[in-house]
Design a protein around this ligand. Structure first.
Ligand code: IFM
Length: 455
């Protein structure tokens, strides 16, 4: 038996494959683009600390300036308008609006997001906010060991309620967390991300506190706003590399740790039994009532999809047939897995409407005579939009797509070495240049906008 990969999504892509209200967007996050790390009362984050530790970031860089978006946001909003984006997904930096993560609010920090949201609305672009995209106030790490402590849960809910109270009427959606798997596993088990801890039990406890904080924040925000609320998960569907029982079991466990560990408590009210058994003493401490809080109803589910995982007991995993290529991150390009995965989520969880809140590729882009000819990114976009259209055809309720990312930016432990943007950023001059993929996406969005509307 050969590896069962989904059938390739072939055929022409047309804008008419997406309904008239489909939302076209692009996404970023605060730490990756804003800069102004120490301006206007922003407190330090765990990523500022992590970047300062030798050897953590491959190019030794940090987020102090990044894309200088906090000063250049009018230019960036103008670029979004030129692209024809209907929506923009950004995150708020908790330490910018509450330097220590508890105590006084920082009005100068809130004023920045107030200006950004107004600029988006004036440009006719829907603002979609995420509350936590990894930049925890460092003071919370010092005081409570960050997400390892349950004491962080009410603090996050207070922060969420304050954002919802101030901005709920102007935000089109609010997501609590971005990619809790990365925070827990990459931050606390493998130490690739801040705060750089290697302790599986701590990582699993962190995952539970993140989910609980999400549930508590949903309740706190519902009390003060009517904005649609949700969460954003990163899913990397797992496949056995070989048709062996061992690889199949490995893929099932990997799926348990990445997909079911988060989907089951959110939509079914419990952690998956096989993963709990696997974790043994490293399973998190759960209080009675926690699962009821975590599984509060949501208005949308954000899915970030980039690639699949091939799992094998043979290391390195043996090559599989039909590989279409790899991005500059070394991630395999597998658009069909997106179709298959969305259909599976729909079938197994009956989730609320889905947004693809991130999808995109890093490419070794070059600026040549004022142009960035990134054909590989155009091919990636085209094939993933086709895969998405196939999922919609299969009946999956997908409402929008946000390309990751609007701009080249700080790619965490890869520093500025990896470029994901539709728009090239020259970090020495901060000059922005729309890549060929930006022109392609703009044309596609324009085609969609020209489709005849019913009525
Ligand atoms: O840059 C990240 C983003 O912050 C979270 N999702 C994955 C992207 C690419 O690695």
């Amino acid at each position: 038996m050969m590896l069962k990969s989904p059938a390739p999504a072939v055929g022409p892509l047309t804008a008419s494959m997406f309904g008239p209200d489909f939302i076209w967007g692009a996404a970023t996050s605060a730490a990756q683009i804003e800069g102004a790390a120490a301006l206007d009362g922003r407190g330090p984050s765990i990523w500022d600390r992590f970047c300062a530790e030798p050897g953590r970031i491959i190019d030794g860089s940090n987020t102090d300036i990044a894309c200088d978006h906090s000063h250049r946001y009018p230019e960036d909003v103008a670029m979004m308008r030129w692209l024809g984006l209907k929506a923009y997904r950004f995150s708020m930096a908790w330490p910018r609006v509450q330097a220590a993560g508890h105590g006084a609010w920082n009005e100068a920090g809130f004023a920045f997001y107030d200006r950004l949201i107004d600029a988006l609305l004036e440009a006719g672009i829907q603002p979609h906010a995420t509350l936590y995209h990894w930049d925890l106030p460092a003071a919370l790490q010092d005081k409570f060991m960050g997400w390892q402590s349950r004491e962080i849960v009410p603090l996050f809910a207070d922060y969420a309620a304050e954002v919802a109270r101030r901005f709920g009427d102007r935000l089109v959606t609010i997501a609590t967390l971005n990619e809790p798997w990365c925070v827990a596993t990459l931050g606390h088990e493998t130490a690739q991300f801040a705060p750089g801890i290697t302790d599986r039990a701590a990582a699993m406890q962190v995952s539970h506190h993140l989910l609980l904080a999400h549930g508590r924040a949903i309740q706190a925000m519902r009390a003060v706003c009517k904005t649609p609320l949700g969460i954003v998960l990163n899913h990397t569907p797992s496949f056995p590399a070989r048709p062996t029982e061992a690889d199949r079991l490995g893929a099932r466990l990997d799926d348990g740790l990445n997909v079911r560990w988060y989907m089951d408590p959110l939509f079914m009210g419990s952690y998956p039994a096989d993963v709990l058994a696997h974790l043994g003493a490293d399973a998190p401490r759960v209080h009675s009532g926690d699962h009821a809080e975590i599984s509060r109803p949501l208005d949308f589910l954000g899915i970030n999809y980039y690639t699949r995982s091939l799992i094998s007991t043979q290391q390195p995993a043996p090559p599989v047939p039909g590989v279409q290529g790899f991005t500059d991150m070394g991630w395999e390009v597998v658009p069909e897995a997106l179709t298959q995965h969305l259909a599976r989520l729909s079938r197994e969880y009956a989730p609320p409407p889905i947004y693809i809140t991130e999808n995109g590729m890093a490419n070794a882009d070059e600026l040549i005579d004022g142009r960035v000819p990134d054909e590989a990114r155009i091919a990636y976009l085209r094939s993933h939009l086709l895969a998405l259209a196939r999922a919609i055809e299969l009946g999956v309720d997908v409402r929008g797509y946000f390309y990751w990312s609007l701009l080249d930016n700080f790619e965490w432990n890869s520093g500025y070495a990896k470029r994901f943007g539709l728009v090239h950023v020259d970090y020495a001059t901060q000059k922005r240049t729309a890549k060929d993929s930006a022109h392609w996406y703009r044309d596609f969005i324009a085609q969609h906008a020209r489709l005849p509307r019913a009525g």
